[in-house]
Design a protein around this ligand. Structure first.
Ligand code: SAH
Ligand code: SF4
Length: 342
């Protein structure tokens, strides 16, 4: 028997790949649909479960293929807001986290796209752990599946990692999640959050999958942003905002700008004014996120009055400003607190 590593992982493939597999086995192409349905609708974990394929075909498929599934190893529920953080182990023993959040009737799943992150933002726990590897399409899809024991209403790609630096796998996963064979989740309910890779934002704007875009701005000037997000040195604000505007225009959809408020770093009136000027002319919403403290990192959350003052200063100048209360802070599941050790 072939070792698992030489076999094809069926999770993460799509119809054209399944057609090729079936053809190579001398089978009819239409069986590809059966495979997709077993993997993504019925969430089969083993080829032997595929009861509408003949035993002989299952045996032959078993010789060349297998189904990889991420392994839940731990889950923690916040006593404050019932958000739940899941720790998964991958086949190479690396670990990732995903979060399920409740807000009224809305259930939002937050998934990861990389083990660690290569962009090293100075305020972020994931950035601090460095970069291990990209997640496969199957590993990204599996998180959404694992979190969907109840139907999810929204999916945010805001967990560990930079989705636009694992573009192909992330997009393929989102297509599967969007498809009726997967979770049937409307693209409009899916948000991809990026630290800002302009050329990939441009590419996303050309896709036929109409997902929402969130750009983590976090600072109103290049000078400040360079300090917080080293990626800004390579892709400064001018080009990033141009791509964000292009996305909004192409998709006829407002872009969300995320702005993590950090005490004495980016929370002054001057910052708010600069921010409002920066986004003028771009169809957008601004989402203010009070900083979630990370052990050993030298940042703090501003006082409540300061947060409110920033919002109030920004609001009349920008048409849509929301203040996001992070979920799951007590279990280190909030924005930017995801971090695993292998
Ligand atoms: N890499 C992508 C998506 C993952 S980070 C990105 O940067 O957008 C998701 C969000 O968490 C980003 O908006 C980021 O600015 C924010 N974030 C990171 N660390 C944080 C922290 N400690 N407190 C609050 N938000 C944080
Ligand atoms: Fe990576 Fe996003 Fe964290 Fe920056 S904020 S280090 S891009 S995960």
């Amino acid at each position: 028997m072939k070792k698992e590593t030489q076999k094809i992982n069926l999770k993460g493939l799509w119809l054209e790949d399944y057609e090729k597999i079936m053809e190579d086995l001398g089978e009819k192409r239409f069986r590809a649909r059966q495979l997709a349905s077993w993997i993504y609708s019925k969430k089969a974990t083993d080829i032997s479960q595929m009861s509408d394929l003949s035993r002989d075909l299952r045996d032959r498929l078993n010789q060349i293929a297998y189904i990889e599934t991420i392994k839940p190893v731990k889950s923690q529920i916040s006593q404050k807001d019932y958000s739940e953080k899941f720790l998964f182990e991958l086949s190479d023993k690396e670990k990732i986290e995903s979060v399920l959040m409740w807000e009224g009737k809305r259930v939002t799943a937050c998934i990861s796209t990389q083990v660690g992150c290569p962009l090293g933002c100075t305020f972020c726990a994931t950035g601090k752990m460095g970069f291990k590897r990209n997640l496969t399409t199957g590993e990204i899809t599996d998180q959404a599946f694992a979190l969907s024991t109840l139907p999810i209403s929204n999916l945010v790609v805001m967990g560990m990692g930079e989705p636009l630096m694992n573009y192909e796998n992330t997009l393929q996963a989102l297509r599967i999640i969007n498809n009726e064979v997967g979770l049937s989740l409307t693209a409009g309910k899916i948000t991809v959050s990026t630290a800002g890779i302009p050329k990939m934002i441009d590419q996303l704007a050309e896709e036929n999958l109409k997902v929402s875009l969130a750009v983590s701005l976090n600072a109103p000037t290049n000078e400040k942003r360079n300090q917080l997000m080293p990626v800004n040195k390579k892709y400064p604000l001018e080009g990033l905002l141009k791509s964000a505007k292009n996305f909004a225009k192409k998709k006829k959809k407002r872009v969300t700008f995320e702005y993590v408020l950090m005490k004495d770093v980016n929370d002054s009136e001057k910052d708010a004014l600069a921010l409002s000027k920066l986004v003028t002319g771009i169809p957008c919403k601004i989402n203010l996120i009070p900083y979630n403290p990370v052990p050993d990192l030298p940042y703090d959350r501003p006082a409540e009055e300061k947060i409110a003052a920033f919002r109030d200063y920004l609001y009349p100048r920008c048409p849509s400003v929301t203040l996001r209360r992070s979920k799951g802070e007590d279990i280190f599941a909030a924005c930017g607190q995801l971090q695993t050790q292998s």
